[in-house]
Design a protein around this ligand. Structure first.
Ligand code: SF4
Length: 704
């Protein structure tokens, strides 16, 4: 739409998994206004401070604008042939599993699709993993164990229809601010709506809480297994739903009955006042419309998948799933963590939510008509970088992410990249922590400079649209990946002319030989024209013959994606975090986001407003702990773990439990004389999901 000389373009936010719609006004190649899209169902016009200042971060200064090889600027042709040769030579000498891609929930679905197709279908290895592994892979594993598929059953609008909202492991106020605003608004409209916050810390999310369960870190399974037992004892089960749509009730009930037998047991195990547990259980038991939102506090754990299943169990036995105002709702961290899942961006999945089963492998290879295909899962993020460190992986391409800072035990990641024979990095910034290790640097187009789609936490596919030209020679990731694939000899398979072309193939694959056996099906979008892709409105998958306009909720009447179409209850047991505190490392290090920053700050540090909230990292310490260690507010302290150390300034606060300290994740090269948080965090991972335990590392502190 033209207004005078400016253009109005709808797009989607670059940051979190809420996936807010935005309306940009663009004039003379700059964004002159950016507001919430009032028609977008995720946010109805709302934006948080990060979203509303996104235009301030779209700059040409500091951008990577030209490809380089060994630090020397080169043409795109030379860069592409260097990357193609580097990978082809490595594969010829050492085999396909000697190469890897490490990608990102910041990529658009179309970028992700071709990266996955190249690695799994043409190179023939599944060594492609994503930073979404750090964010929500425990939810994926939990969904698959319970539902037989990675399906989020509900929608954001259920937050307005619920009568009880449980926020567990989620500082929603800071990490998913627009959903926080939606809940706050719902509460104002409906004073009967209750909110329970389950978190060891007192966060800003407590501003909307009627009840805080400040449980001891790592005891979530005990809390939800206790709830399961309470629901059974009170006979508040949906017997019909259980009979028709759920497997494994008797076995699970028998196993769980031996644990957390009473509220007193739960209170003792979680170290929470008994009355609070009783109140939570009573509200859950007596409220039909319950939504449980869970996020990184649940997922980032060596028992993350069990935590997810202990939550899903409670919704399944009460039939509170897929109905208005009822269901579990995983809140993903990144803007396109869901889109990456859809195209098989995780090392243990295939495209279109298929798995490494013989029939799925055959289906994908047949559809792609590809020369080979990976036949078994590849290495998950932490193992993948260990394999780089040990020399098993000799060439790696890192796209749109900063693993040197963000992965646990980060000093190993730096060492691994130093040792690696061939490192390619695609990035938008010229001076990145990970770029410093690159043999080849490729300038990528950033937010607002490329077209594609993203999927938010409620399965809603939305368009990100190009607003501006890219600076210098930066190109969209999908274009770079296709050019490399073609230079490697894979002409047929990568002759895409546009993101719309890729999207259509992705949509066709979702319907290919899918006779209702797979949840992800957007086949109704497989033949959309370029014009229809340009104007695609936000829509929740599945989008197929049964749901031509998308689908708000699934599983109200069962129809799970297991062999007998019933959901599976999982008998979980509460285990402590993998690394326990001891005399040498007596405190638990918890980590998470700051309100106004994002990931490793390459974008948010550019917005003046965002730096006003917190301009440097901090460590939150309980007053009793501070006295014990002789620490005062403002002191610089050193935090040691057996993996590394970091120096930060102390903040004294009763909002944290005495046995814990909290440090935000974002800061890295901005810290003088200090390593960053990732260097301290332990490398334990969940056995099912491979997600790192970023919320619990044994540490000690000392004045510095
Ligand atoms: Fe962007 Fe998330 Fe804020 Fe929405 S809530 S504006 S998606 S950062």
């Amino acid at each position: 739409v033209s207004v005078m000389s400016s253009r109005i373009i709808d797009t989607t936010c670059a940051y979190c998994g809420v996936g807010c719609g935005m309306t940009a006004e663009v004039e003379n190649q700059s964004i002159i206004a950016l507001t919430g899209d009032t028609h977008h169902p995720a946010n109805h016009g709302r934006l948080c401070v990060k979203g509303s200042t996104l235009a301030d971060t779209v700059r040409t200064e500091g951008r990577l604008t030209q490809p380089s090889v060994s630090g020397q600027p080169v043409s795109w042709n030379e860069a592409i042939s260097t990357v193609a040769k580097g990978f082809s030579d490595t594969i010829a000498r050492y085999g396909a599993d000697a190469v890897a891609f490490y990608v990102s929930g910041q990529l658009l679905t179309e970028d992700y699709y071709v990266a996955n197709k190249l690695m799994k279908g043409y190179i023939g290895s599944a060594n492609i993993d994503t930073n979404s592994r750090l964010c929500m892979s425990s939810s994926v594993a939990g969904h698959k164990r319970a539902f037989g598929s990675d399906t989020v059953p509900n929608s954001y609008e259920d937050l307005e229809q619920a009568r009880l909202i449980v926020l567990t492991g989620s500082n929603t106020a800071w990490c998913h601010p627009v959903l926080f605003q939606r809940i706050k608004h719902a509460r104002q409209k409906n004073p009967e709506l209750k909110v329970v916050v389950i978190d060891p810390r007192e966060t800003d999310t407590l501003a909307i809480a009627d009840l805080h369960i400040n449980l001891k870190a790592g005891t979530d399974v005990a809390l939800f297994n206790g709830l399961f037992n309470y629901l059974v004892q009170q006979d508040r089960l949906d017997h019909q739903y259980l009979h028709d749509h759920v497997n494994g009730f008797e076995q699970t009930q028998t196993q769980l009955a031996g644990q957390q037998r009473s509220i007193a047991d739960v209170a003792q195990q979680c170290d929470v006042d008994e009355n609070r547990i009783q109140q939570f259980y009573d509200w859950f038991t007596n409220t039909e419309q319950v939504v449980t939102c869970y996020s990184q506090g649940v997922n980032q754990s060596s028992r993350g998948t069990d935590k997810v299943n202990s939550i899903l169990n409670c919704h399944l036995i009460t039939g509170r799933i897929g109905k208005p105002g009822c269901g579990p709702l995983s809140l993903t961290g990144q803007p396109n963590a869901m889109g990456g899942r859809e195209v098989g961006g995780l090392a243990n999945t295939l495209a279109a939510h298929m798995d490494f089963k013989e029939e799925d492998i055959a289906t994908v290879q047949q559809f792609w008509n590809s020369p080979t295909i990976a036949r078994q899962p590849g290495l998950k993020a932490v193992d993948l970088f260990s394999a780089v460190d040990s020399g098993r992986i000799k060439a790696i391409w890192i796209m749109a992410t900063n693993p040197v800072v963000s992965l646990p035990n980060a000093s190993i990641v730096s060492r691994a990249l130093q040792r690696c024979e061939f490192v390619v990095v695609s990035d938008i910034v010229a001076q990145g922590d990970t770029s410093a290790f690159a043999d080849v640097l490729l300038p990528a187009a950033g937010w607002g400079e490329k077209d594609g789609t993203v999927t938010n936490s409620e399965r809603r596919i939305s368009r990100q649209r190009r607003l501006l030209p890219s600076p210098g020679e930066a190109r969209p990731d999908w274009r770079i990946i296709c050019d490399v694939a073609i230079a490697m000899g894979f002409q047929q398979g990568f002759e895409f002319n546009s993101p719309a072309d890729i999207f259509r193939e992705h949509a066709r694959l979702s319907g290919y030989q899918n006779h209702g056996q797979r949840d992800f099906d957007i086949s109704a979008l497989a033949e959309i024209s370029d014009g229809e892709y340009d104007t695609l409105m936000p829509v929740q998958w599945p989008v197929n013959q049964q749901y031509p306009d998308g689908c708000k909720r699934l599983f109200k009447a069962g129809g799970f994606f297991t062999p007998n179409r019933k959901a599976q209850l999982i008998a979980t047991t509460c285990h402590p975090p993998q690394y326990a505190t001891d005399q040498e490392y007596p405190l638990q290090l918890n980590s998470g986001r700051s309100r106004d920053h994002w990931h490793t700050m390459t974008r948010t540090e550019l917005a003046v407003t965002l730096n006003r909230h917190r301009s440097e990292p901090w460590v939150e310490i309980h007053p009793d702990t501070a006295v014990q260690y002789g620490i005062e507010a403002g002191h610089w302290i050193r935090i040691d773990s057996q993996w590394g150390n970091i120096r930060v300034r102390a903040t004294i606060s009763k909002r944290i439990r005495p046995e814990q300290i909290f440090v935000p994740i974002h800061w890295s090269r901005q810290l003088a004389n200090s390593a960053w948080l990732g260097a301290v965090v332990n490398p334990a991972v969940d056995p099912f999901s491979g997600q790192p335990e970023s919320k619990h590392t044994p540490v000690r502190i000392c004045s510095w």
